[in-house]
Design a protein around this ligand. Structure first.
Ligand SMILES: Cc1ncc(COP(=O)(O)O)c(C=O)c1O
Length: 356
């Protein structure tokens, strides 16, 4: 982080109580352009459907909608958040209520079937028949979707239900390495050999954020190359859907937190902040980066960073700096999943300041 940005964030802390977040929707806009540019020409058509659960902040949804991004939703709340948008929508769920299905149908969202019981529910609630739907395929033993062999035997039943499978969906998991992604796409390619009549392939999410890509000396291009090599000929006549989340927003949000106390032990020193794993959950799998915005301590040393929760596990990073009580720490890369996964245990959620 450059000195000018550090000074600017420190100045914001004069008028905003810590901890607070600074959200840059323009970063999501820039990442959206990068994603679309990288995938240019890969498929007959491309639909990026932003995975709303990654960060449903209205400013993010609005800026992506202006870019003509579509949206992938997994709940009624998320469907309501995008109800005024007319770009393509995907509805993914393994445990949907009738209300959710009705809302998805009323917004013309593409419903991805997860089980036979789910298919029966969609059929019961849809007035339109046949209804074009997607099916989620799983290539390992997780609980989402159908195995490749199951889906083949179920197709006649879907036809009886008035459901026309025109899209195949699979998701590789979040934050995939290039080799994990390669294995995933090769499974999709094998599956599609036996399932040639679909009009669209939805590859879910899985691309890491920019920081991870740079750290791994990779770029989106490596992922695009895998898709081109393994699915290129298939996609010439097919639409490609991408439900990106992390890549679009991970680096769009920065938290600013204050050091409440510095504690010097015999062997190690701690800086204890007013934000902890309540807003920096490990499960977000984000590459947090810590920067001191002010350094009023006596000497530069190694600090373990801990939060305010009275849990031993509330420790989330390290920093080498000249820290003192009252100094500010900026945490980069908190845009994906952190706010949605944040706990309100003992503390309120940080306020988010949107910088247009
Ligand atoms: C079905 C589905 N699509 C898209 C995503 C977004 O993934 P990512 O943030 O890795 O892009 C997820 C995340 O878990 C998901 O489960």
């Amino acid at each position: 982080m450059n000195p000018r940005d550090k000074a600017w964030l420190a100045e914001m802390a004069i008028s905003h109580p810590t901890p607070f977040g600074v959200l840059f929707p323009r970063v999501a806009q820039a990442r959206y352009f990068e994603l679309v540019d990288s995938f240019r020409g890969v498929a007959k058509t491309l639909h990026v459907c932003y995975s709303v659960k990654t960060n449903p902040n209205t400013a993010i949804l609005n800026v992506l909608n202006k870019m003509e991004s579509g949206f992938e939703c997994v709940s009624l709340r998320e469907l309501h958040a995008v109800s005024s948008f007319s770009t393509p929508k995907i509805f993914n769920s393994c445990a949907s209520s009738d209300k959710e299905i009705q809302e998805a149908l009323s917004q013309n969202a593409f419903i991805i079937l997860d089980s036979l019981s789910h298919a029966e529910q969609v059929s019961r609630l849809s007035e339109k028949k046949p209804l074009n739907v997607g099916v989620r395929i799983r290539f390992d033993s997780h609980r989402f979707g159908f195995s490749p062999s199951e889906i083949k035997s179920l197709l006649p039943r879907f036809i009886e239900l008035g459901l026309n499978v025109t899209l195949v969906h699979a998701h590789p998991g979040t934050n995939c390495s290039v080799s994990q992604y390669c294995t995933f796409v090769s499974h999709v390619a094998v599956f599609l050999e036996d399932f040639p009549n679909v009009h669209a392939v939805d590859l879910g999410g899985g691309f890491p954020g920019k920081t991870t890509l740079v750290e791994r000396k990779e770029g989106l291009d490596s992922y695009v190359k895998i898709i081109r090599e393994q699915l290129g000929s298939y996609l010439k006549t097919c639409a490609l859907y991408l439900e990106s989340g992390r890549f679009l927003v991970e680096d769009s949000l920065i938290f600013v937190s204050k050091i409440m106390h510095v504690k010097k032990g015999e062997e190690q020193s701690f800086a204890l902040l007013d934000a902890g794993i309540n807003v920096l959950p490990r499960i977000s799998m984000s590459p947090f980066r810590f920067f001191a915005l002010s350094e009023t301590g006596e000497k530069k040393e190694h600090f373990r960073l801990g939060g305010p929760l009275m849990f031993g596990s509330d420790e989330f990073g390290q920093i080498h700096a000249k820290l003192g009580k009252g100094d500010l720490i900026a945490v980069e890369n908190v845009g994906a999943y952190c706010m949605e996964m944040a706990w309100t245990l003992s503390r309120e959620l940080p306020k988010i300041v949107v910088v247009e």
